[in-house]
Design a binder for this molecule. Structure first.
Ligand SMILES: Cc1ncc(COP(=O)(O)O)c(C=O)c1O
Length: 372
């Protein structure tokens, strides 16, 4: 089966040993390229944002590059302050890392143990689950509800039964693009069992437009047992620059800071600060543009009576009506690479929302394979 591990296995032992929390789409990309696919492939497999690096960020990074021969350690206090301020947090509530991968890694490593499991839904973003397993920690998976939302009551029951643990929720969820509503989130935070921390991965939260979607950052500001992770890889279109952060209680941040892999690149950090200075315009413009393209795709799917999960992120799960591996195998031959398989949703194809031109190509190729 073409699983995440399968992609890595195709690339040999070296790739299989890659860090667990990296998005394994690069393994998929390499596997597809190794098979001799088109150079102008439309990549709709890694939930990247084709809007790209914001102009202000690019200018700041170009300006910083010549001086990047120095470490610039002394500048990071100000950089962390700017990141914290952007979300009305104090700098001691923020832990910055190389993408949200690094801070998710730290959270999972430090908040699970031999007696404290990771408790989450299936399917969800595999990074935290695979890391916990690699560390030999117990992982408890609960089923999504029929509307693909997290069953918050079940998560609490499992944490209660385990006498505490780390509950991980990705909101909106990858790969389903579904959400945990603000009411469910509120119930979950109010009912967290003892010795339990809630980790909310908000990598895609800026792409959601539903009034039912809410950030968990207010709980962090209130000092609850909640950690939120954010990334500059998605709405900000800076995936290759590798910056993300976790927000949590100051005592947690103090404890976790030594586990960080040093600072991020000064070039990336300056880019992020410049992007944040322009964040209102960047987020609203990009959200609106992506939402328009996403709606157009949903309309097209509806016209063809193709089922899909209502999307709240920059990707969509389409019910192909048969084993999705057929599409995953055939579409790249025609120039479009969709996402990898996400068992147990074996008929579902995850597709990143690209540019309008890319989505036009997607529709053409998807329909061709669908009719074959
Ligand atoms: C839900 C989710 N969280 C975290 C990440 C990690 O991304 P990054 O390390 O670029 O922030 C990804 C990557 O695609 C993701 O889908």
């Amino acid at each position: 089966m073409l699983t995440r591990r399968g992609f890595a296995a195709r690339l040999g032992a070296g790739a299989a040993a890659l860090p667990m929390l990296s998005e394994m789409a690069y393994a998929q990309r390499a596997a597809v390229q190794a098979a001799g696919m088109a150079k102008d492939m439309v990549w709709l497999n890694a939930n990247e944002n084709p809007a790209g690096i914001p102009r202000a960020a690019l200018a700041a990074m170009n300006e910083t590059l010549p001086s990047a021969w120095r470490y610039h350690y002394q500048e990071f206090r100000g950089i962390y302050e700017a990141i914290a301020k952007s979300e009305d947090l104090s700098p001691d509530q923020v832990l910055v890392g190389a993408g949200s991968s690094e801070v998710l890694h730290i959270a999972v490593d430090s908040l699970t143990s031999a007696t404290r499991p990771l408790i989450t839904v299936t399917p969800t973003y595999e990074g935290p689950v695979e890391l916990a397993r690699a560390l030999g920690r117990k992982v408890i998976l609960t089923k999504l509800r029929p509307d693909y939302s997290a069953d918050v009551r079940q998560l609490v029951e499992e944490a209660d039964r385990a006498h505490g643990g780390l509950i991980y929720i990705c909101n909106p969820n990858n790969p389903t693009s579904s959400i945990t509503t603000r009411q469910d989130l509120d119930w979950l935070v109010s009912n967290l069992p003892a010795q339990t921390t809630l980790l909310v991965d908000e990598a895609y939260i800026h792409f959601g437009v539903s009034p039912d979607l809410a950030s968990a950052l207010p709980y962090v500001r209130q000092g609850k047992d909640v950690i939120v992770t954010r990334t500059f890889s998605k709405i900000y279109g800076m995936a290759g620059m590798r910056v993300g952060f976790a927000a949590g209680r100051a005592d947690w941040v103090t404890r976790m800071a030594p586990l960080r892999n040093n600072v991020v690149s000064i070039v990336s950090a300056k880019g992020v600060v410049a992007a944040l200075a322009d964040r209102k315009a960047i987020v609203s413009e990009r959200q609106a543009a992506m939402d328009r393209t996403r709606r157009e795709l949903c309309g097209w799917l509806k016209e063809r009576k193709l089922a899909y999960i209502e999307p709240h992120a920059n990707f969509i799960m389409i019910d192909t009506g048969r084993d999705a591996r057929h599409f995953i195998g055939e579409m790249p031959k025609l120039g479009v690479a969709p996402g990898r398989p996400f068992p147990p949703l074996n008929q579902m194809l995850r597709v990143t929302i690209g540019t309008d031109a890319e989505m036009a190509k997607f529709r053409e190729v998807f329909w061709k394979v669908h009719q074959s």
